[in-house]
Design a protein around this ligand. Structure first.
Ligand code: HEC
Length: 161
């Protein structure tokens, strides 16, 4: 029972993500990504919001192996701090969900991987902050508390509630 429910929560979360990205497409058509509202917030003393910190952790769990430490690329995968200077969020989402398999070095389709999709907005926030130069390399030293809302959304998506 709880398994069925959590699967539909996951599917719902994925559909919301897709719906949100098509809304973003509609709103920001032809506008560069710099016009998007910033997905991260960094206080004057360098404290990052929870989502950005979590994105740091999740990036290093799921993407680092191919895209290098701190988003900087490797001999296998491109530097995502460069990609996000021009790539809009909906295109980022599309590549993560469907992958890119037309070249020798392939980006896997991660759309059914909960360890990625349940945290994809956090991963995006982290990489965008890196791409904008708002945070440096390495683990953010100070970060905000995880909200009740974030804990609940995670439990719903991962099926652990
Ligand atoms: C198994 C290795 C591998 C993993 C794991 C991986 N990627 Fe990739 N990714 C690649 C490769 C290789 C490419 C380049 C594919 C191409 O251009 O044909 C790529 C391309 C991309 C692109 C497009 C970049 C551009 O400039 O076109 C994005 C965005 C991306 N990956 C995000 C991610 C994120 C986020 C994660 C973790 C959730 C991740 N990738 C995990 C190998 C990987």
């Amino acid at each position: 029972m709880s398994c069925r429910r959590s699967t539909s929560a996951f599917v719902a979360a994925s559909l919301i993500a897709i719906a949100t990205s098509s809304m973003v497409i509609a709103q920001t058509e032809n506008k560069p990504s710099a016009d998007e509202e910033k997905p991260y917030s960094i206080a004057a003393d360098g404290t990052v919001d929870w989502s950005t910190f979590n994105g740091y952790r999740r990036y290093h769990a799921s993407c680092h192996v191919c895209h290098g430490p701190d988003g900087l690329g490797s001999s296998f995968g491109p530097n995502l701090t460069d990609s996000l200077k021009t790539m809009p969020q909906e295109q980022f989402m599309e590549v993560v969900v469907n992958g890119k398999q037309d070249r020798e070095k392939k980006m896997p389709a991660l759309g059914t991987d909960r360890n990625v999709m349940c945290y994809i907005n956090d991963i995006y926030a982290y990489l965008k902050a890196r791409s904008d130069g708002a945070i440096g390399r390495g683990r953010p030293a100070k970060y905000g508390k995880k909200s009740e809302e974030a804990a609940q959304a995670e439990a719903n998506c991962m099926g652990t509630d």
